[in-house]
Design a protein around this ligand. Sequence first.
Ligand SMILES: *Cc1c(COP(=O)(O)O)cnc(C)c1O
Length: 417
Amino acid sequence: MSNLERKIHPSTAVLTAGFDPALSVGSARPAVFRSSTYVFPSPEAAERAFAILGGRIKPEAGESADLIYSRFNHPNAEIVEEHLLPLESRGRAAAVFNSGMAAIMTAIMAHTRPGDAIVYTVPIYGGTQSLIQNFLEPWGILGVPVPGGDAAAIDKAIQHTPHCRIVLIETPANPTLTMTDIRQAVESAARREPKPLVMVDNTFLGPAFQHPLELGADVTLYSATKYLGGFSDILAGVAISKDPDVMRPIRGRRSLFGNILAPDECWILDSRLPTVHLRMNRQSKNAQRIAERLAGHPAVASIFYPTLFKDPEQIRIRQAQCDYPGGIFSVDLKGGKAAAFEFLRHLQVARNAVSLGGVETLVCHPRSTTHSAVSQEELQLSGVVDGLVRVSVGIEDWRDVLTDFENALQQALKVTA
Ligand SMILES: *Cc1c(COP(=O)(O)O)cnc(C)c1O
């Protein structure tokens, strides 16, 4: 690492690090290398590459394992992984996957065996919940749910769950933005021997506003389909660790499962990284302005947004681990489902779609869509009530989105008894 590289900041490094134009015939932006296989300069080089890949010999300092076959590794994956590192404070090793679920599944499967257990916060992303309950549990890996934000319950589960190998935290949680104290979970995990790995799904606030590796977490996980991709036009996932030894088995499983992100998608994701802070800053400012104005609206029963938290413990966690409140809020409408549907029906700027983190504002009704498979009891626990709509704010002029919401709320009022 040169002196220059050591001193530069993340927003510069994302544009300058890890990509050598000379390897792309001088092109200022990386080329796309679609090859499925790579030519060796000699049979000895092929032998050495496979020995490194198989972990039989360690690469020399500065020697990168040669390119072999694109299910293991390819240039566009290497480039985007290098560019992800400066964005994730303390990150030293990254791996890209063909979806967020692929990243989560591979990280868990790389660090558990049948007989092990995972402690995880709820509510958690529906796909993750289903992965644990419907796949990992029958497979012999016990899932122990704990309510997000409840530090005592999380500590108890970490201390008392036999063979606990992973603590998986999603914070803020979808759709009520309940926050879990990452540092407390890290400290609790550190008191167990062997220490479980702490993994944080950082999709909602990272990489701009929340830095789990700084707080002691071992792995951050992303659905890069959301803010990292930023335009609702690719599926991708990311795992980042401060410890290359934690990442090595994850990359090994990726080679086996064949869920590495493809070259074209890597190139697209790479092109979105330099603007992720710009987009997220704008989205957070927009969301804050809109949420704070909607809070007193007569159609609104309550609003869920980090700067509008009332619970002192939630405020404490927000202040301890989040730089800005982010681009997502939820509103509970007084008129229940009928009002929520009427609101969605009358939106003209925002669009009714699931997913989040794109440059365009998206709104959905979790109870009938993303959370429709969740049991009544769990819905109650996670606060997914009939009148709840979730909003992912884009980069539009916030005044147009606010006007759109106010107009649609007037319509919702008509069906509010
Ligand atoms: C979308 C999402 C996922 C799943 O990511 P995919 O890219 O859809 O596979 C996981 N966690 C969170 C918090 C998400 O929002």
